[in-house]
Ligand binder design. Structure first.
Ligand code: B12
Length: 216
């Protein structure tokens, strides 16, 4: 069971979307475990192979696009159809940040947990993040950072998004949130999550608070 991620990575690298989809959909664990124990480990392994020149850039791109497709197919069946949502949450990657598979999983998990979700994807300049947030007014805005040289702009995203009139909660995840201390790039209000388990626990607390306050 523990090496399923390696098998999954090999299927991604072989372009076997059907086999990769079958592997995760027949695994039996919940989606949070699938995202963390299989998909994340597999993509990190792909990165390791690429860094060590054991696979080419083209192999890595193929694995990424198959993973993207398989995630869409897998998460589709978990979409929550309830009308009354817990809240609105929007995810985006900072400008010039292409690593978006993490936000895709975070967004899928929120959909499954009955949030109204907008996934704005990779490379979103701050001005567009602001105008989108102003028109939709999400309760929570999730930012993703993977590259350390994108850190200087993170501070600006947090500051300007938290200053919006409707006071959205800003949460941060991504590879750097698990490997660096991002405290200096945030305010006291910002939530930092080192992985999806941490976000999942926070979502449960948030849901409890919404229930207690009678907003849902
Ligand atoms: C796939 C990939 C790419 C793809 C991304 C395509 C896509 N659609 O996502 C492409 C080919 C575009 C790419 C490009 C580059 N990449 Co790249 N890439 C990777 C790789 C192999 C996998 C990334 C991934 O999907 N990981 C799996 C996901 C699931 O993990 P994650 O992003 O950390 O997300 C998890 C959590 O952090 C969380 N999460 C993520 N976001 C959020 C947000 C919130 C709010 C929350 C709560 C949680 C959360 O959810 C996930 C669940 O576990 C990594 C290797 C690695 N170790 O990750 C390298 C890696 C990240 N890339 C790297 C590099 C260097 C680059 C390039 C600079 C290469 C180049 N010279 O061009 C460019 C930069 C492009 C750019 N400007 O962004 C380095 C970064 C090193 C560093 N020190 O910064 C890595 C680590 C590879 C390596 N070992 O060297 N890359």
């Amino acid at each position: 069971m523990d090496y399923r991620w390696k098998e999954f990575a090999q299927l991604l690298l072989a372009g076997e979307d059907e086999g990769a989809f079958r592997l995760i959909s027949e695994d039996g664990r919940d989606s949070l475990a699938i995202y963390m124990e299989i998909v994340t480990n597999a993509m990190q392994y792909v990165g390791y192979l690429w860094q060590n020149n054991e696979i080419s850039v083209a192999d890595e791109h193929l694995a990424t696009s198959v993973c993207d497709f398989v995630l869409s197919r897998y998460s589709f069946s978990f979409r929550n159809q309830q009308k009354k949502k817990i809240g609105k949450i929007m995810f985006l990657c900072l400008e010039k940040e292409q690593h978006m598979l993490g936000t895709k999983m975070a967004a899928a998990l929120c959909e499954e947990k009955n949030w109204d979700v907008r996934l704005l994807g990779a490379n979103l300049p701050l001005e567009y993040a602001i105008s989108s947030a102003e028109s939709w007014e999400p309760d929570v805005i999730g930012l993703s950072v993977a590259l350390h040289y994108r850190l200087p702009v993170l501070k600006r995203y947090v500051k300007e998004l938290e200053a919006l009139e409707f006071s959205p909660k800003v949460i941060i995840g991504g590879r750097l949130a698990s490997t660096y201390d991002l405290y200096n790039y945030c305010s006291k209000e910002t939530e930092l999550f080192k992985d999806l388990y941490a976000m999942d626990a926070w979502l449960d607390e948030y849901r409890q608070e919404v229930k207690v306050n009678g907003a849902s």
